[in-house]
Ligand binder design. Structure first.
Ligand SMILES: C[S@@+](CC[C@H](N)C(=O)[O-])C[C@H]1O[C@@H](n2cnc3c(N)ncnc32)[C@H](O)[C@@H]1O
Length: 256
């Protein structure tokens, strides 16, 4: 209860909400942030980030509970929301002349990437730890099979997918779970399967909150015993925010 009250204090301070909302948060049985009613523009997204920061700081975690995150407002207000296919993945698929096969979108969230891949002709599964978002996107997108799945304890069938895409899931995982993630991605990919991985790049201005940041060299070191590195480059994330966060994009092939 004490941490819940601390959380309510931090939330109230960060986003300047009314005392009524503050008391609602105090009375809640689990942490709860006020709802956004509609999408006005970038200010809504900035406000959402402030809420995430306050909730994470108050709970002592780097991220809020993902299930709760997706109950805070429309998917379009999530900072990572981008309706088009990620530009790095799009270029890679074109260069590699890939347009069919089985694809899993790990940490699919709003499902936009899974949807675009299905439109291209892939057979797509979108997986996410947050049941709240899976329920929403499965209603909206019928061309993708969405599943609730924690990649750190995955129930996805081994040797199933030709390709995996991760746009922003790996960089949310605590460092001690990275090995499990790598093992599990390797397990669900077919022999010779390819992981397209996009993480935050290094930016001192935003370090310390939200996604962990990586250089290409750090990612290579983490993945190289299990995956062959086919390519890597510095890039950026498109999303619902004006500033485009720095990114690293890698193409990794499962070793035999
Ligand atoms: C930054 S969002 C990116 C969402 C989506 N990939 C996109 O590009 O729009 C990270 C996503 O990873 C999901 N996630 C976090 N931890 C996860 C885990 N252990 N297993 C599966 N999904 C996870 C979150 O629920 C969230 O939807």
């Amino acid at each position: 209860m004490r941490s819940l009250i601390n959380l309510a204090h931090a939330t109230r301070k960060a986003v300047g909400q009314t005392s009524q909302l503050y008391h609602t948060a105090r009375a809640s049985s689990k942490f709860c942030l006020p709802m956004i009613k509609g999408v006005r523009g970038y200010s809504d997204v900035a406000e959402m980030i402030a809420r995430f920061r306050a909730a994470a700081q108050a709970s002592g975690q780097r991220f809020p509970d993902w299930n709760v995150v997706y109950q805070q407002g429309p998917l379009e207000v999530m900072p990572w929301y981008f309706p088009g296919l990620d530009h790095d993945l799009k270029s890679a698929l074109a260069e590699m002349k890939l347009s069919e096969g089985t694809f899993v979108d790990i940490g699919t969230g709003p499902g936009t990437q899974a949807k675009q891949l299905a439109t291209m002709g892939f057979e797509v599964t979108g997986s996410d730890i947050a049941e709240s978002v899976v329920t929403i996107v499965q209603e909206q997108i019928s061309t993708v099979n969405f599943v609730v799945d924690d990649i750190l304890a995955t129930k996805l069938t081994p040797n199933t997918f030709n390709y995996a895409f991760d746009r922003g899931c790996f960089h949310c995982l605590p460092p001690e779970h990275r090995g499990t993630y790598i093992q599990n991605i390797q397990s669900v990919l077919k022999p010779g399967g390819i992981l397209f991985l996009k993480t935050f790049g290094v930016d001192p201005a935003t370090e310390g909150f939200g996604p962990y940041q990586f250089t290409a060299e750090q990612l290579e070191e983490l993945f190289q015993s299990t995956f062959e590195i086919l390519g890597s480059k510095e890039s950026y994330f498109d999303g619902a925010i004006e500033i485009k966060p720095k990114a690293v994009f890698m193409i990794l092939k499962k070793k035999e």
